[in-house]
Design a protein around this ligand. Sequence first.
Ligand code: 8YV
Length: 312
Amino acid sequence: MTVVLAIGPYSERDISGLKSAFDPIFLDTPSQMHELDASERSKIKALAFKGHTSFGVNEIAMLPNLNLIANFGVGYDAIDISAANERNIKVTNTPNVLNDDVADLAVAMLLMQVREMAQASEWAHSGNWKTAGEYRLNRKFSGGRAGIVGLGRIGREIANRLAAFKMDIHYYARTEKETPGWTYHSDVTSLAAAVDYLIVAVVGGPDTINFVSREVIAALGPRSIIVNISRGSTIDEEAMLEALETGKIGGAALDVFLNEPNINPRFYSLPNVVVQPHQGSGTVETRDAMAALQRDNIHAFIQGSNLITPVN
Ligand code: 8YV
């Protein structure tokens, strides 16, 4: 029988799905592998991984007979793919099933920011509406200029939604796509200079660290808004914080941060930032679909059939 290890902050639903499929050993974090003795660890063939704690060379070395890492999530930047390749370990992820939710949240956060919905809600909740009058006028959303950084599966869903808001769509991607009416930029700084809203949907990992650099942020104007639903690492966070604090950009709507959940406390006191707790894919329906795809990949591995969504 294939021994499966499950590491990560799994929900009760995920735990019962994994239990009935594989009866795995459960750990909350990779560091808890030290609690298993060497003979237990050597029996583990497949890992059901969830979360954003790094799983690198040292962690892989603790599982000498590991052949599969099935990641719960489309982004697998926590996993060292070169280290996995060295050991011929296959890695899978959960693409596509979360595109709608993540794109929905990106658009909702942008709309929330532009229409000042949190502040306006507070205005009504606090009774100010009755005592102090109407909430201040804000800004028209439809018809703006949107720049998508990364026109992959999720970026395209975001662009499609913003196009329905009659926005002028600009995008950066490694290569130009078949997108009539949308404007391609081969570099992110030129994209930033052309738009009101910069929506970051590029993959995380070593290749995209600070992809939205200080220079890119400087190319945005004082009314611009940055949305990030990818990874905290894709934006120069220090440069963004400075730009937000000094009014060089208008605002940000962020679902992802460096060092989650211990995010930089400077974000807490910024009135021009919408902060979400990395919940892009966080609906019951989508998390169920992600869990099912993770299990299906493990089943395929056990049966010796083709993996459904391999990444290496
Ligand atoms: C997480 C995500 O996977 O899919 C991704 O890349 O960032 C999320 O959906 C989720 O938070 C579980 O860790």
